[in-house]
Design a protein around this ligand. Structure first.
Ligand SMILES: NC(=O)c1ccc[n+]([C@@H]2O[C@H](COP(=O)([O-])OP(=O)(O)OC[C@H]3O[C@@H](n4cnc5c(N)ncnc54)[C@H](OP(=O)(O)O)[C@@H]3O)[C@@H](O)[C@H]2O)c1
Length: 269
């Protein structure tokens, strides 16, 4: 159970997912979770659900030990003047592209910061959450941050220079996974299978394949592929077309472009 006071600024998709994760697992008392949102009705929904406290941003910041910022990156500048008045707080930021240095430059050089990159399955507690800490973070703060994000998925501790890489690997990649599943299922539909059967068949195949791969992470993907292929068979025919159409190198290029874009959007000032 977290005994610190946690303030959440921005109760949209990601802020809301974290609130749901914390409350549904009983990790924090509702009295210790303070919420604010620009449209306050969106924060009041969580009062209705969990009886968490809702107040304006200044009061949340003043009363919290740890401040979780979950607004869009473009909205951070408007919060800086208020945050700067209370520079003894621990900051958790899930904002894409906003660096630890940004907070040190705008708030205080000694501020403790956790920069976090969650992904959309976090909203159903199946997320991948990459976390990098400012080097001065205390063990106590680190433990609280880890507890918060373990409630919505698998936590990976990485150096900050790897955060943009994680955006490519786990932050943006659910979008491509959705499209790959959809493209495969649509073929089934084209051949007359009903949508629900086709979609669920492919989703279950993706989940099962991922779990299979996790059991054999020491084995190269080519060896796993060889378990599904035989000369002159069906799978090898599909592999031939994947190769002919350069699909896999296209996917690699897409992920590289996400990473390059993330670096280009990064803000230190
Ligand atoms: N969604 C994802 O998959 C994902 C993945 C990784 C990282 N993130 C990061 O998570 C952050 C939030 O994304 P999201 O998808 O949750 O966006 P969202 O649903 O739009 O939520 C942002 C919330 O912040 C509120 N807000 C904006 N300015 C505010 C202010 N000054 N004070 C209080 N509340 C304010 C907005 O209120 P209003 O609705 O009233 O404007 C909105 O409810 C982003 O920085 C994004 O980079 C998201």
């Amino acid at each position: 159970m977290i005994s610190k006071i946690i303030g959440v600024i921005g109760t949209g998709n990601m802020g809301g997912a974290i609130i749901d994760g914390l409350m549904s697992r009983g990790i924090i008392s509702p009295d210790n979770l303070l919420l604010t949102n620009r449209d306050i009705d969106k924060a009041n929904m969580f009062y209705d659900k969990y009886k968490t406290s809702v107040m304006d941003a200044e009061e949340v910041i003043e009363r919290s030990d740890i401040i979780l910022i979950a607004v869009k990156p473009k909205d951070i500048d408007s919060l800086v003047p208020i945050l700067a008045r209370y520079n003894d707080k621990v900051i958790i930021s899930v904002l894409a592209g906003i660096t630890i240095e940004y907070f040190r430059n705008h708030l205080d050089a000694s501020i403790q910061v956790a920069r976090v990159m969650p992904n959309i399955p976090s909203t159903i507690s199946k997320g991948v959450i990459s976390i990098s800490y400012s080097e001065n973070i205390s063990d106590e703060s680190r433990e609280v941050v880890d507890t918060i994000f373990s409630s919505i998925g698998e936590v990976y501790h990485i150096e900050e220079r790897m955060i943009n890489i994680s955006t490519g690997l786990s932050g943006s990649s659910p979008a491509y996974m959705f499209l790959i599943v959809d493209a495969i299922a649509k073929v089934g539909i084209d051949y007359g299978m009903d949508r629900s059967t086709a979609l669920n068949m492919v989703i279950d195949t993706m989940i099962g394949s991922a779990m299979f791969m996790r059991d054999y992470t020491e084995i190269e993907a080519d060896t796993l592929v060889s378990k599904v292929t035989s000369p002159g068979g069906t799978t090898i025919e599909g592999l031939r077309v994947l190769d002919e159409k350069n699909i896999l190198s296209g996917i690699s290029s897409a992920i590289k472009s996400v990473i390059e874009k993330s670096f280009s959007m990064e803000r230190k000032d």
